[in-house]
Design a protein around this ligand. Structure first.
Ligand SMILES: [Zn+2]
Ligand SMILES: [Zn+2]
Length: 126
């Protein structure tokens, strides 16, 4: 009598949720952020993977790990994460997502100030 239970009509997983495993921390990351924006880096450690060829367009065969090396600020005030591929040294930039790890973002942003290549005492006499 319990014929209401539908066990055969389920055609499977029609909802396409693309994910990738972070090359650095192993986190499973959805390629779409909570606000629908496309995401290409891990929100936890900000590492990415070199899968798109940004010079010639299209997919890249490199697949190297891309480390976050700097923050760039757009004229709109938005932050971009600059990535460098550890295999081929290509540079890319991608927008910061709202759920990106803010501690890591700040650490990347202030890294040059923490390690100046010249003595900061010179500024004291200006
Ligand atoms: Zn990660
Ligand atoms: Zn690469």
């Amino acid at each position: 009598m319990s014929s209401t239970t539908n066990t055969t009509g389920n055609t499977g997983n029609t909802l396409k949720t693309a994910t990738f495993a972070c090359a650095w921390c192993g986190l499973t990351v959805s390629t779409f952020a909570s606000d629908g924006a496309r995401r290409n880096h891990c929100p936890s450690c900000l590492h990415s993977r070199h899968v798109a060829d940004h010079v010639e367009g299209g997919p890249s065969a490199c697949h190297g790990r891309m480390s976050p090396i700097a923050i760039a600020v757009l004229r709109t005030g938005d932050w971009m994460v600059v990535h460098r591929c550890v295999r081929c040294d290509e540079l890319t930039s991608s927008p910061v997502c709202p759920d990106d790890n803010q501690l890591i973002l700040m650490r990347v942003a202030v890294r040059p100030l923490a390690q100046p290549p010249f003595p900061l005492e010179a500024f004291g006499s200006l």
